[in-house]
Structures are given as C-alpha cells and as structure tokens.
Design a binder for this molecule. Sequence first.
Ligand SMILES: NC(=O)c1ccc[n+]([C@@H]2O[C@H](COP(=O)([O-])OP(=O)(O)OC[C@H]3O[C@@H](n4cnc5c(N)ncnc54)[C@H](O)[C@@H]3O)[C@@H](O)[C@H]2O)c1
Length: 332
Amino acid sequence: MTEIVSGADIISDVISAVHGSAMVITDSNVARLYPQLTENAFVIPAGERSKNKDVLFDILSEMSHRNVRRGDAVTAVGGGVVGDITGLAAALYMRGIDFINVPTTLLSMVDSGIGGKTAVNHCGIKNLIGAFKPPLRTVISYAFLETLDDREWLCGTGELIKTCLLTENAFERLNLKLDGLIKHDRNDVYDLIETCIDIKSRVVRADPTELRLRKILNVGHTVAHALESINGDKFTHGEYVLKGMLTECAMFKDMIDPEYYARMIGIFKMFTDPPRTSSKFVCDVAAHDKKNVDNDIRLMIPTNKGEVSEISVTNDAFISRYESALKELKRV
Ligand SMILES: NC(=O)c1ccc[n+]([C@@H]2O[C@H](COP(=O)([O-])OP(=O)(O)OC[C@H]3O[C@@H](n4cnc5c(N)ncnc54)[C@H](O)[C@@H]3O)[C@@H](O)[C@H]2O)c1
C-alpha cells in the first residue's frame, strides 16, 4: 500500500524522496522551475506528447545506463504525465522496481499521484499500454501549486470536482469551498485536496485493480477520453474531464435526481463549455474504450449525491443521447 504524505510545509519529505532514489525523472518545465530538486534528473519534454513508448524506452535505457538496480527506487517529480510514464517504467524495469511519486500539479495531487494507474498512449488511444503499479510513497507538497498557471489550475479542477461527486460530504464541501476554489484560496484548495486524497485512497484501497468500486473514478471519462483522443492537446486532460462530465450528465439527465442535476450542471458550466466534436467521432472512439466489456458503451453517471451508476448503451443510443445533450446544454 502506498504511504501518502501531504501538506503545505513538507519540503524535507520532498528532498528525501529525491535524494533517496537512484534516478529522478521530471519534465522540462519542472526542471526549469525547480532546478535544485531536479539537478541530476532525467528530463523528458513537458506535456502529453511525451506519454509514448519512445519516451518510455528512453527512460528505461537511462535507468540501465545509470545502473539502477532491482532494490532501488526511482522518483517522479512532475504532473500526471511524468508520474504515469515513470510508474510504467518502474513496473517494467527488471520486472518491477519501486517508485516514489512527487506530484507537482493540482491534477496529480488529487488524482494521478494516488492509486498506481500507470500508462502511455499508443495507436491514438489514451493509456492503451499500462500497468497497475502503486507508488511506494507519494509526497504531496502544496508548495508546487505556487508556480501553476491558470490553465493548469483549471485542469486540476476537473479531476477535483469529479472526486467530490463521489461522496455526499465531499459534494457539500465542494459547494462550500467553490468560491475559494475559483479564487485559488489556499486554505479552501488545501482542504479540497485533502478531501480528494482521502476519497481516492479509500476507493483504491477497496479495489486496487478496478474490478468494481474503482470504476466510479471514471465519471465523465468515457466522453472525456474520446474528446481527448480526437482533439489532442487543444485542451488539457482536466478540461476534457470537465467537458466529459457536463456532456455525460446531460446525456443521462433522465436518470439523475433533478435537483442534483441542476447543481452539478451549474458547477460544470462555471468551468467549461459543451464540446463541439460530432457525435459520430465521439461514439467511434468511445466504442473502443477499455471500460467496455461487450459491444455496448459503458459510462459512470453520478445519479444522486454520493451515488454513481454504471450505464451501458448501444452505439445508436449513445449518438442520440449525445446529440440531445448538446441541444439541452444550449438551452440551459
Ligand atoms: N494515473 C492516473 O490515475 C491518472 C489520473 C488522472 C490523469 N492522469 C493522467 O495525467 C495526465 C495529466 O496530468 P497533468 O495535468 O498533471 O499534466 P502534465 O504532467 O502534462 O502537467 C501539466 C503541465 O504543467 C507543468 N507543470 C508541472 N508541475 C508544475 C508546477 N509545479 N508549476 C508549473 N508548471 C508545472 C508541466 O510541465 C506541464 O506542462 C494525463 O496524461 C492523464 O491521462 C492519470
């Protein structure tokens, strides 16, 4: 099980995560912003485009050149991209070595830094090649948030809101702290991050390999992953998640408690607009989603506070609901 350390003032934990590992992997932006922490790191180009097999094999080759051994640990210092690819490299190298995750974006603090899903994209499909590889330790220092730009805040906000849909308490907490989240008020944001860490850790502990409960973390993600596969880096992952949640909720409005629906849509619309990608394209990609088990498309829909239902639809039903949702969202 992953040990998670989090706080605003835990720089010594970050330093020991870095110094205690055989190799640090980071990206070009983080290396520029935090040169002392990443002095001897292996630096990959920043951004989603690095999440591919070539960069993965560059990391593995570098591990070999640096003589990383079986008993060693490697440390990811960066956002979800660095964490996902480093975790996968750690899972593969010598059939598995330890890895430590130091998330530096809001998204990676509330989501990807916890839970051990690792992956690279392949054949135009998000996270096609991956493994479950929980970090030995995740060190979440809020100090990294100080250098995030507005876009990356928005990106993290997507996964943060998603996680707050998973329990009734978290949803109420989100509503209470929403203004602070918009203004990046540190206390409110720290409080919401802790809420997300707690929820995600509990879900992952109960179902580490996504056989049952963990599927609830995929709220919004069927449409989000399809939009991301089609539109690439036009938006960030978290922005796609916001669009995904907005669209999927509108697609299944008839299955959601009306008051809860109105509150959720109100929140999503503060941060995003409906997608403009055509139903056919989205359906084609969604039909290949990893979550599908038969010919139908599976989605996780928050139907009431703290309740998420798995819903399965045919491609035709998906297209018709998606088109109706876009019309509905133009109205509200
Ligand atoms: N493993 C999981 O469970 C899981 C969950 C959600 C998302 N993800 C994955 O995470 C990725 C998205 O993560 P992300 O949003 O962190 O992306 P990212 O890693 O690309 O980081 C976003 C940008 O922020 C920069 N950055 C990182 N830390 C910074 C800091 N402290 N200050 C300023 N800039 C900083 C990066 O260089 C990059 O340009 C996607 O690939 C997504 O699929 C994985």
